[in-house]
Each structure stands twice: as structure tokens, then as C-alpha cells.
Write a protein that binds this ligand. Structure first.
Ligand code: PMP
Length: 354
């Protein structure tokens, strides 16, 4: 470790992002992006005139984007904060809310970024194991005297909680914030957004990286009471006032306004998810029930590591975690286009036959 590292930085637990190869040699099913290009409205909105305005700073209030998001969800601007991906939203929320009481509680297994953020902000973290079947027991979090973070659907399991469970959690401690990370909610789970006007302690985070095909545009957002949103703005304006760049503001607003494209993309992913699940089960896989744009699956004949490595050698990238004992036998597969899924299933069938 470098001698220049501060004591705080030496204590970090950095998150390792999924592989992002810069050439096109792989069928890329490892980081839950959409296989579809952004909406044609996004392409149209990113005109030369907009590029020529890049000499000017972007709007720190993210006006066009927050208005488009607010309109889509029947909310007001005061209920919305936009950010450079929902990772940034989560960072602002961890900074703003998780230092109170007993720090933060989250599941094992869940999105790895929560652990990284907890270390970054020096928070006490209560890590609660999932049940044997990978479902989350909401009772484990009721009355927790700190902030609770729940990914719904969870990642990388894909399993969703009903809205009523989150409601019990939010009601169990009105003085503590509950953060519901809905990065994958559009693929079949129940969103808690309709609850935010009722509960001042509920913060919902979402992203345009998955269901709106904008992972590279880095647009995420939080929805919550004006009290929570203004707390997030305190952090944002202390950290990076121009957090969403000009092109992403416009791209995000255009993507948010194309409801038909959004619905069609989701319908295609849900169809491909059902197909892939059936095909893998026919090949002897156990597939967890997913409400997300990915599945976590385990073969009865080949280890997760072998599957990951041999698929990669054959041009298909999936995700596998060497450092997660409970899911070492599993691979996580992003649901892509019908052609990509057919190529994956063919390749797996071939490997199992050898
Ligand atoms: N939450 C969860 C559960 C995720 O899996 C991801 C994507 N890796 C994110 C948040 C962050 O996504 P983004 O920063 O692209 O919005």
C-alpha cells in the first residue's frame, strides 16, 4: 500500500466493477445493461447545437431532467434529485443519512456498493444474512435504529419484496430513513414510488442504466419527500454541483419521455428472461425467480467458475463472484436480445455435452 495513503483511504473496501471490455469481441451479459440502443428520441435530442454548448456549465438544478422525471411519476421537482448514475445518488444518501444512530443495515448478499460506501463514509454497518433460499426477511430490519438500505429487486439474486413489506419497514421507525434501491424495479417488481408522498422517511433510488438503455449516459435519480431531497442537495452542492453533464441532462429527459420505447424494451426483456430460464432449467440449471433484467443460475454439472471461464473463452461474458461463498456455484446472466440469449443457451448446451 502506498505511503501517501491517508488512514481513511487505507480503510476503504473498493468496489470492483464488472469487466468493461473496450472492443466488441464479447456477447456482453455481465453488467445488466440493456441490449437495446437508447430511444430514437435521445439520438434526436443530442443535436450539434447541444454539443456546441459544452463550453458552458450544466444546470446545477438539472431542471429539464428533474421536470421530466417528476412529470413521469406524478411528482413535483422538490421530490426529485438527479445524479451521475444511481451510484452517485446512493453515495449522497449514505453521506446524508447513514451517519445517524446505528449507521446502516443491509443484506448479505446484496449490491456490493453498499459495503464500499459504508467504508468510504466510516459508517457502522449491520450486515444481515438472507434466508437459505436467498429471500430477505423484512422482520430482521423492523425498528432498526439506523438507516436501512434494501435493493428491490435484490441484486444479484433478482428476488423482489412486495411493497407491503417495505411499508411495514418504513412505518416501523418513522425517525430513520429507509432507502429502497429500485435499479431493477421496472422489470416486474412493485415500486414504492406511490408511497413517497405518504412517508417522509422513504427514499427511492432509480436508474436509467437498465430499463432506459442509458448506462453510458450515467443518469440516476432519487425520489422522496422535499425534506429528504433537500438533505441530498446539501451533500450534492458540497461535492459536485454540476453533477449531471449537459448531454446527459438532455438524453435523460428524452429517454424519460419515450414511454412506448420503455414499455417495448421491458416487454422484450421479460419475454427473453422467461425463455432463457426455461432453456437453462431444461439443461439442469437451478434459476432463482427473477424480477430483474438478469438471472442468477447454477448448473448441476459445471461449477460457476468453469462456466464463467469457458463462456468467456468462447466470447460470452457473464458475472461470477470468486469472493462470495454463498453464490460461488452461480453465474449471473444479464438478459439480452433474443439472439444473444440463443447464443448463450447454445454455447452452454455445447459445453455441457463435451
Ligand atoms: N443499484 C444496484 C442494485 C445496481 O445493481 C446498480 C448497477 N450496478 C446500481 C444501483 C447503480 O447503477 P447506475 O450507477 O448505473 O445507476
Amino acid at each position: 500500500m502506498s505511503r501517501f495513503l491517508s488512514t481513511e483511504a487505507a480503510c476503504l473496501a473498493p468496489y470492483t466493477p464488472g469487466e468493461q471490455p473496450t472492443d466488441a469481441q464479447y456477447i456482453k451479459l455481465n453488467t445488466n445493461e440493456s441490449p437495446f440502443s437508447p430511444s430514437p428520441r435521445v439520438v434526436k435530442a443530442l443535436s450539434r447545437a447541444e454539443v456546441l454548448k459544452l463550453n458552458l456549465y450544466s444546470d446545477p438544478t438539472c431542471g429539464v431532467l428533474t421536470d421530466a422525471i417528476a412529470a413521469r411519476y406524478g411528482l413535483r421537482r422538490e421530490n426529485v434529485l438527479a445524479a451521475n448514475g444511481s451510484d452517485e445518488v446512493l453515495a449522497f444518501a449514505f453521506r446524508a443519512f447513514c451517519g445517524q444512530g446505528r449507521g446502516v443495515a443491509y443484506a448479505d448478499i446484496t449490491y456490493g456498493f453498499y459495503k464500499a460506501q459504508s467504508a468510504l463514509f466510516g459508517l457502522e454497518a449491520t450486515v444481515v444474512p438472507l434466508r437459505e433460499d436467498f429471500t430477505l426477511r423484512v422482520e430482521d430490519y423492523l425498528n432498526f435504529p439506523g438507516t436501512v438500505v434494501i435493493a428491490n429487486p435484490n441484486a444479484p439474486t433478482g428476488i423482489a419484496l412486495p411493497r407491503t413489506d417495505i411499508q411495514r419497514l418504513v412505518e416501523s421507525n418513522p425517525d430513520r430513513v429507509v432507502i429502497v434501491d429500485e435499479a431493477y424495479v421496472d422489470f416486474g417488481a412493485e415500486s414504492c414510488v406511490p408511497m413517497i408522498l405518504r412517508y417522509e422517511n422513504l427514499l427511492v433510488t432509480q436508474t436509467m442504466s437498465k430499463s432506459r438503455s442509458l448506462a453510458g449516459g450515467r443518469v440516476g435519480f432519487a425520489l422522496g419527500s422535499p425534506e429528504l431531497i433537500s438533505a441530498l442537495n446539501r451533500v450534492k452542492y458540497s461535492f459536485n454541483p454540476y453533477n449531471v453533464n449537459r448531454l446527459s441532462l438532455i438524453a435523460g429527459a428524452a429517454a424519460m419521455e419515450d414511454e412506448d420505447y420503455f414499455r417495448d424494451s421491458i416487454a422484450a426483456i421479460e419475454k427473453n428472461r422467461a425463455w432463457t430460464t426455461r432453456e437453462l432449467e431444461a439443461l439442469g440449471f437451478t434459476v432463482l425467480p427473477s424480477s430483474a433484467n438478469f438471472i442468477l443460475a447454477k448448473s448441476d454439472r459445471m461449477s460457476g467458475e468453469t462456466l464463467y471461464r469457458t463462456l468467456k473463452e468462447n466470447g460470452i461474458l457473464v458475472r461470477w463472484w470468486a469472493d462470495q461463498p454463498r453464490i460461488r456455484d452461480y453465474i449471473r446472466v444479464t438478459i439480452g436480445s433474443a439472439e444473444q440469449m440463443a447464443a448463450l443457451v447454445d454455447e452452454i448446451a455445447r459445453l455441457l455435452d463435451m
